[in-house]
Design a protein around this ligand. Structure first.
Ligand SMILES: [Fe+2]
Ligand SMILES: [Fe+2]
Length: 129
């Protein structure tokens, strides 16, 4: 696994932990703070993935459809989370399937094609944010 994939998977783990914490939290104020963290981390993660995915989209014909599905899901998940009361259990189930496709199909496929210098450039961009 390259360093970039490692960061993305780590971000999935961190997001999943935040959702878990949110679902267990009963204090409304604390829930609001957690939701702000969820927004920030989720949007940053989508943005990073899209910088990575679409750089290679034209080179990898086999996964073009999956990439476009994932991009639409980012838009849908963004719209849902921006609602005040998204249906959380369903939202999380949907996100888990999305992450599963990325970790098992897209990240490994992109790893076969990405150039070392691009990994370094993308890592540099991610660390700047
Ligand atoms: Fe994603
Ligand atoms: Fe992801």
């Amino acid at each position: 696994m390259n360093e970039l994939t490692g960061i993305f998977i780590q971000e999935h783990i961190s997001l999943n932990a935040l959702f878990n914490e949110y679902s267990k939290e009963r204090n409304v104020e604390r829930k609001n703070i957690l939701m702000k963290d969820i927004h920030r981390q989720l949007f940053a993660h989508f943005k990073e993935e899209e910088m990575y995915y679409f750089k290679y989209e034209d080179n990898i014909k086999e996964i073009v459809l999956t990439l476009s599905r994932l991009k639409s899901e980012h838009e849908l998940l963004t719209a849902l989370i921006k609602k005040n009361n998204p249906d959380m259990p369903n939202f999380v189930k949907f996100l888990m399937v999305h992450e599963h496709i990325e970790e098992n199909t897209i990240y490994p496929e992109l790893e076969k094609h990405i150039k070392k210098e691009d990994i370094a450039a993308l890592l540099k961009q991610l660390l700047k944010q």
